[in-house]
Write a protein that binds this ligand. Structure first.
Ligand code: NAD
Length: 451
């Protein structure tokens, strides 16, 4: 049971004001404790992910455990440097002064997480919140209840000083939290709910980071190395059964290589996934509602490969669709499942124009050898982040800020960007009192000349 939300937020605020989270040594100790607790709880985390989504050990460990442990180690090593006041230049007009930018914690942060990587997406922002010195409330997704329970157990077990609380519940709980005043909000989920979160934040003028979704395109140009493109796309698209915010949502392939590309993709799917499906080692769709939504998409194009599913086990196999209509749901909504529509283009500008007409995507992937094609796509299209000749790997490096733009979100995190997402940059000018500049005062006869 959760304690009443207003009281819980009040306790966190009091703790923050008493300085429970601000001292650097304590921040480091709390992150180390979190690291060790995640490591110790690994079997329980993997079991919960298996229960909620049938996540395989390979996928669960890679995307929800090892990535977090690596992120904590990365942050702990650098946060002392990031926390130092940063000296910046001062103009000559400010003679006698020095200028600094201080990173200060916002205060009490709210983190709302989705179900697709339920452990990772609740904890990764928390690492930034703790590193920056905040207290935090984490609200995991109600659609993955076993993982939500483990999140609470792990987090409140190792951070039992009341500086971080995990609140379990669904939409009503999220709304009750959003009614409170927080100092920053970090939301991961759909664009539609992101809008509501931002409206709620506006009531208190709370800064928000919104990590949202959308349809991330993948372009395969005529000169792409087809075998490697097919392997990388089949891996990225069907990882977690396509329930990944940055999964390639659809492919635009140059007409001249459509057939060999599809053949290579089918080979890649069979090599990588067939045996895993037969052994029950393929992630399931999260629930019946999403399974039924995906089934509807199957009727909106020509089946090129796959298409088999089982509503009882929620398994849906990797599926390729051709001849889709741009106005159909499958090309209007984020697919978020193992269905990949394949569209063709004759000339690069055609694909670029069609992508540019749509909301700005969270990710974009281009497979092309030509430097000119790469330059055109990177210059003409706006997207959160992406890869040239790869897919999804851009989010697995702590050196690249990860986030969306436009409908796919605002703000970014991972590595230093996480520390910054939870910090206010406070600008301070330190002036000397050893002398005073008479020119600045209005009664001086050359008052304007020093500017
Ligand atoms: P969702 O928006 O339905 O739910 C996410 C969280 O918001 C949950 O904790 C839920 O309880 C809460 N919530 C739901 N409705 C709410 C409401 N009306 N008011 C307040 N809170 C509410 O999203 P989801 O289905 O869990 O996740 C899928 C979406 O998230 C996809 O669009 C995907 O692309 C996106 N996503 C984005 C990222 C990213 O990093 N950008 C990562 C994962 C998922």
């Amino acid at each position: 049971m959760n304690e009443p939300i207003p009281a819980l937020v009040q306790e966190l605020r009091q703790g923050y004001e008493e300085g429970a989270t601000r001292e650097l040594g304590r921040r480091v100790a709390r992150l180390r404790a979190l690291h060790d607790a995640i490591q110790a709880a690994e079997p329980r985390i993997l079991a919960a992910l298996r229960a909620d989504l049938n996540k395989t050990e390979y996928e669960a460990y890679l995307s929800e455990v090892s990535s977090l442990l690596a992120e904590i180690r990365f942050v702990v090593k650098r946060m002392k440097r990031w926390s130092r006041p940063k000296r910046v230049r001062t103009p000559a007009t400010h003679i006698g002064s020095r200028s600094y930018v201080y990173s200060e914690p916002y205060g009490v942060a709210l983190i709302i997480a989705p179900w697709n990587y339920p452990f990772q997406l609740a904890i990764a922002p928390l690492i930034g919140a703790i590193a920056a010195g905040n207290c935090a409330v984490v609200k995991p997704s109600e659609l993955t209840p076993a993982t939500a329970a483990v999140i609470r157990e792990v987090v409140e077990g190792c951070l039992n000083d009341g500086t971080v609380r995990v609140v379990l519940g669904g939409i009503e709980t999220a709304q009750a939290l959003l009614a409170e005043r927080f100092d920053c909000i970090f939301y991961t989920g759909s664009t539609a709910v992101g809008r509501q979160v931002m409206e709620a934040a506006a009531r208190h003028l709370t800064p928000v980071t919104l990590e949202l979704g959308g349809k991330s395109p993948c372009i395969v140009h005529a000169d792409a190395k087809l075998e490697v493109a097919a392997m990388r796309i089949a891996w990225a698209k069907f990882f977690n059964a396509g329930q990944t915010c940055v999964a390639p949502d659809y492919v635009y392939v140059h007409r001249s290589v459509r057939e060999p590309f599809i053949e290579a993709l089918v080979r890649a799917i069979e090599t990588m996934h067939r045996k895993r499906i037969e052994q029950g080692e393929f992630t399931h769709i999260v629930n019946e509602r999403h399974y039924d939504r995906l089934q509807r998409y199957l009727g909106q194009g020509k089946l090129l490969h796959g298409g088999e599913g089982n509503r009882d086990t929620l398994l849906l196999e990797p599926t390729l669709l051709g001849e889709v209509n741009l106005e159909d749901e499958v090309m209007q909504e984020e697919i978020f499942g193992p269905i990949l529509p394949i569209l063709v283009y004759d000339e690069l500008g055609e694909a670029i124009r069609e992508i540019a007409r749509r909301p700005k995507p969270l990710a974009l992937y281009l497979f092309a050898e030509s430097a000119d094609v790469q330059r055109q796509v990177l210059q003409r299209l706006s997207f959160g982040g992406g890869c040239v000749n790869d897919a999804m790997f851009h989010l697995a490096t702590p050196y690249l800020p990860f986030g969306g733009v436009g409908d796919s979100g605002m703000g970014a995190y991972h590595g230093r960007a996480s520390f910054e997402a939870f910090s206010h940059r406070k600008s301070v000018l330190r002036q000397s009192t050893a002398f005073d500049m008479p020119l600045r005062y209005p009664h001086h006869k050359r008052a304007l000349s020093f500017l």
